[in-house]
Each structure stands twice: as structure tokens, then as C-alpha cells.
Design a protein. Sequence first.
Length: 679
Amino acid sequence: MSLSDPITVLSGVGAKRAEGLEALGIKTVGDVLFYFPFRYDDLQERDLESAVDGEKITIKGTVVADPVVSRFGPRKTRVNIRLRVENVVVMVTFFNQPWLKDKFHADQQAAVYGKWEASRASMVGMRVLATQDEDSPSLAAIYPLSQSVHQKFLVGLIKEAFEKYGDQIESVVPAAIRTHFRLLEDKQLVAWMHFPETPQQAQLARRSAIFREFFLFEAKLQMIKHRDTAPAAGLSIPFDNERLKSFISTLSFELTNAQKRVVNEICADMRSERHMNRLLQGDVGSGKTIVAAICMYAAVTANFQAALMVPTEVLAEQHYQKLHKLFEPLPVHVSILTSSAKPAGRRAILADLASGETDIIIGTHALIQKDVNFANLGLAIIDEQHRFGVGQREILRSKGLKPDVLAMTATPIPRTLAITAYGEMDVSTIDELPAGRKPVQTTWVHKNEFGRVADQIKSEAHTGGQTFVITPLIAESEKVDLQNAESVFADLKQRLGANVSVALLHGQMKTEEKEDIMTAFSAGKIDVLVSTTVIEVGVDVPNATMMVILDADRFGLAQLHQLRGRVGRGSKAARCILVADPSTDTGISRMDVMTSTNDGFVVAQKDLELRGQGDIFGAKQSGMPDFRLGDPVGDFNILDAAQRSASELFTLDPDLNQADNQALRRALSATAVAAAGLN
Ligand SMILES: Nc1ncnc2c1ncn2[C@@H]1O[C@H](COP(=O)(O)OP(=O)(O)OP(=O)(O)O)[C@@H](O)[C@H]1O
């Protein structure tokens, strides 16, 4: 008998029910015990005096008269029950449950739970409670359900599982840590999560369960980290330092101190036999690309290949052009692979890669297709890594003999939160912009001032500056995005006159078309580029001095910061104009944040605050792992404590040999990495 027994060992679970439960992620007895409620209904009777409008409460009283069912609209019904509670008559309405009529009879006692409307002394009923049953719990756990799995059935199942298997639940958080943070043992935690007698019990159980969830996640990350950093777990890349230095001395600019520092950190990792799993963070325009180029060259001097994977074709092409030029004087063969490569060309690219003819390859996720083979991949770099899952990172890694991995991101996750998403990685940060950069001046104007903005774009063009105009984002439909872009393009052309050259760029264009336009814009042949957000990440045109973002309030802060980062990348002063009539407070706050700071870390922090608790889970692109109970922002203190505890524990006992850590060891090996949310 163990918690991994299939759920079908419990009463009433046949094949069909098992299927329904599986859809909820419940396959074993252990799964159902750890299938937690998302809220509790307070079934303890309340006096009306203390109830606030909109609160969900339980009331008990005498039914005044037999209820009647009334119908309204097609198929809609309402049962009205008048209930005398002390000396108030409360009207309780149940919608669309006509059968409830038979549950209430004049002069009988009744108890209902529902939403209180203070001004009308009425209630929208949510459930009918038994009045006699003294044993019924005062807090009822409410679970996420599905069509085939109902509340009552699930509660019964959990009760049975707990009675039969409760003693099998062992605590995975070691006792010393539990004591230190005053957390419940797992058996108690499970009991109080499902059947609390008081709100305090429910609260304590929840806190313990969140800690447990975070702790398991962090422990798994620590386990990967220790696996990867064990001596001889990785590849040693004995690069030629002299060649590297002379390459750096040929660059057209001096590296910033921060760039030098991170190059040293990365190169030290590459030389060591430990596996490198490092994150390179740096604000927009801080110069990550050249750092990547230097490290890739280092790998090449040791006769290894290097790959750079980027999220878009536009970016792949841009990096390819740059690196190709950079390495032209050297015997370094740079190649590019995207999904738009023609079959014959693709075959040749793959052959060169497999034979070792190619030293450096740039590509989109075309690089992780099955038929892509490397001769000896030593370094895999992943740009804008939040767009790729950990799984994709692992696939690229699997294409070499444990190649070192460097992930680069310009989307700064606040330092504090980075530990959750990148806990298994070492972090290098470029915290300095190249000398001579001037902060981008950001202003916010209303839509009716667009005429003036157009005038500014015109005068910018006359003085040799180039402008990006980003058209509104309507996430639901690319077609509408395109229509928008086209109409903005037509409008601007007319306003700016024949002397200003305007071009349009959007996601549905052919790759070659996009490339041609980007090349022309980079070369200064186009003054104004009207674009959808395809240029959002990574595009580098140092001569661009003005960024205009239409309907800016529709974009998230991180995205606005990314877009703004496309200008101010050279020594010229640059401006960003946000055009928006925000209709919500969040929209207004976004405009305020953007006009008050240029610092990506501050923007990221504000972004999380504005998003608020709850919908962070929707923010997949921010690279945050998905937790079932805990919220990395709202429960940050717990997360922080769990991370520290896990890291300390692995420092002291990396192989989990101590007696106290055996349950944790079993939990980690049972579910292994698959269950760590490391999708
Ligand atoms: N040390 C330096 N001194 C002067 N210019 C630099 C330096 N390092 C990089 N640059 C230039 O700064 C610009 C931005 O660099 P890069 O494209 O590498 O930024 P990034 O960190 O990748 O930014 P993003 O994330 O916004 O794409 C480039 O034109 C690059 O040539």
C-alpha cells in the first residue's frame, strides 16, 4: 500500500471516473490527497448585523411560506425563499435550480450559504445546508472541478483516501526547517487543507503547503545545479587566450568594465570542467551581442563549434550580418539556419555543420530540429531565453557532448524573483551601458496630438535621424494588426510628404522582404519605419533616434521598455513618444512609469506590481514557472525562505545522505525532474 497506488483502488472509481480524475491531474492516491481546494466557504452561522455587503455568509432561520418558482427569459428560473432570521425577513434567491423549491417548507428551519446584499436585506443563495447535522464542518473546502468530477464525489474520495492512506504521508521538508519556520508536518497539512475546523487551521495549512511546493521546486533546481556543477560533469574548453585578446583589441570600441567582467566569468566557466549553465542579464542595448561573439570565438579557438539561437528570423539575420562581418578577417566560418532556408541550401548548411566545416551557426528554433547535427558543439547560446522553454534549452544542449549553455536575456526579472526562474543557473549581469549613451527622453501625448508628433518625425528626418513607429497591438488578430499598420502607414506617408521615405514592416511579410527592409533601414535609406511589434526584440540600428508607440497603453511595461530600447543605442540623443488615451488606471500607471525611469530593473519591478497577484500565471513570457498554490509575487517571503533553505541544505548535504533528508530524497527521485515544472 503506497501513495502511488492508482486512484482506482478507492471506492466508486471505475474506468470512466478515473479518466475524469486524470484530466484534473489525479492519477494516484497521493495525487488526490494533494489536490487542494482553492478557497473555503464559511458555513458558520453569522449574525446579520456584522455582515458586510457582498460578503458570503451562512444564515439560519424559519421559512415564512412555501417558495414559488418563477420563470424569466427562455429556460431561466428563480426560486425565492423568505426566511425569518431573528426579526428580519431575508429574501433568498436561487437561480436556475428549480428543484430546490421542494427543499423548503413553511415554518421549517433552514440554513443557506450565499452572497449577502445588505441594502435590500437579501441574499443570492449558493448552497443549501443541513440544519440538523451538528457534525458538518464549519468550513467547506471548494475544489477546482470538471464536468465529470463533482464536489461531493471528490470530497468523499479525499476522505476515504485520508482514512486509508493518511499514515503513509511523510514530510518532505526536513524537520529542522519545518520547526524553524513553524510549518506543519505533511499529514497534518493535508488534513487541515481539506478539513479545517477554523480559518486559522486553514491558513496555517496553506502557508505550509505553499512552502512545501516552493521548497520542492527549489530543491529540484538545486539538484540539477549540483549535478551540472559536479567536477567533470561538463566540457572543458581550453581556449587560446592570446588569440582571444588580439580579437578583442580589433573591436571598434573598448568593452565596458561590466562587459569585461562577464566575459571573464563566462570564459572561466568554459575553461573549467564543470558544466556551464549561466544566464547573462543586461538591460536593452547594454552590449550582450559582442559578449556572445567573444565567447563563441573562444570556443572556436579550442576547435569547438558554437551556436546562437534567437527567437525571430529578423534577429537571426541581423546577428548573422554582424558576426559575419566581425569574423571576416579571421578563419572563422559563420553560417545561418532559419526555417525559411530552401531545401538545397538547407542540406548544404546541415552538411557543413555535421562535418565541422561551420564554426559558428546562428539560427531560430530551426536549430533544434531532429536532423540538425553538430560535429562538436561546445557552446550553446540562447538569446532572449524567456521565449524558449527549458525543454528547448535542453534539446540544444543534447546536440553536443554536454556543451556549455549561456542564456541571454534583456527582460530583467527583478533580482529577487530571478531565483525562482533561474535558480539552477549562475547569473552574470551587465549593469553598465557603453560610454556616451544618453538616456532616452520619454514623453506621453494624447491621440489628438498625433499631428504634432508627425511634425516631429518630419523634422527628425530632415536632420538625419530615423524613426520607428509601432502600430497598435490587437492580440486577438494578426489580420487586424496588419490593417492598423497599413492605415497608419498610408496616413503617415501623406502627412510627411514626398521628401521623407516611409516603409512598412509586418509579421506576415516574406522573410526576404523583411530582410530587405531592415537592411535598407539599417543603412539609413529609409527615414521612417512603420512596424508591428516584429521589431520588438534585439533589433539594433544605432542611427535610429526616435521611437513612437501608438496606443502604448495596450502594451505591457516590459514590452514598452523593449521597444524603447530600440533607440538610444548610439551616441545620439534619442526620444520615445507614447501616444495613448488610456482608459484604465493600469494604463495610466504604465505611462507614468515609462516617463519616469529608463532603468529596466525598475520597469520590471513595477510591471509585476501593476500586474498584481493572480494573473502573474498568465505572464508565461516572463519566464516564471507555474505553481499550483504559491504566487511568486504575493508569497515572495515564503519563496525566499524556501529558496534559502534548499540552497543551504544542498550545501551541507549535496547527495542527501543524512537521515533527516531521506523523505526529500525519495520525493525528488520519485517524480524526478519531470514533475519539477521544468517543462
Ligand atoms: N562597449 C561598447 N562601447 C560602445 N558601443 C557598444 C559597446 N558594446 C556594444 N556596443 C554597441 O551597442 C549597441 C547595442 O549592443 P547589443 O546589440 O549587443 O545590445 P544588447 O545587449 O543585445 O541589447 P538588446 O537586448 O536591446 O538587443 C550595438 O550597436 C553595439 O555595437
